[in-house]
Ligand binder design. Sequence first.
Ligand code: CTP
Ligand code: CA
Length: 228
Amino acid sequence: LIAFFAPKHLAGQRVLVTAGPTFEAIDPVRGITNLSSGKMGFAIARAAQEAGADVTLVAGPVHLPTPRGVRRIDVQSAQNMLEAVAQQAPEATVFIATAAVADWRPASSAEHKIKKDGSGQVPQLAFVENPDILATVAQSERARAGQLFCVGFAAESENLLAHAQAKRARKGVPLLVGNIGPATFGQDDNALLLVDAHGHRELPRASKRQLAQQLIADIAQRLESSIP
Ligand code: CTP
Ligand code: CA
């Protein structure tokens, strides 16, 4: 009911959200992933939809219900996630990257299950770096022309403000949202630090649902005032 009467801050906006971990295959039955639950990203997708936006959610492997009215695309690897995002980004006006994208993937994925050979030898895994989805989108022509507002997330274990400021500059995004992790992974509440070119502002500890609504209101204000 509250959602029904909520102000439609984002009417006419098309919001693209990434959420959850990625899964990088080693062989058909094994892979590398992380403990991201996807809860923050799903809450943001829900809040954006309730604020009147048309929302597409690109989700890594998570066990969460799709928020009502949200278009969901399920992916596994970082490369799959980039493909889906690249396909949707030309239609979007806001991109919010909450996914915990694996930084590296195995250089190759075995076609068949890797077996023990009985000698006690262990497989030697080589890694390659994954594409940076957020930086790729932020460097696109539409983002640089101000037609696609990009928001990054960062979970840091220390020096949140300094790391978030550096990351914002490195990624080339107008807004970066920091939180102290990995303590928040899977939790239902969190606290956020919003860092932009002018300074920073804290959203104090609250439920991920409330924080998502506050963040969406903040983004809507930035779009309205068109001051990134
Ligand atoms: N991100 C992304 N693609 C990647 C890595 C990160 O889109 N391959 C996005 C995340 O979704 C997040 C932001 O970039 O919005 C910051 O992610 P983070 O892991 O904190 O930054 P990294 O650049 O990977 O730096 P590091 O992990 O070394 O701190
Ligand atoms: Ca990373």
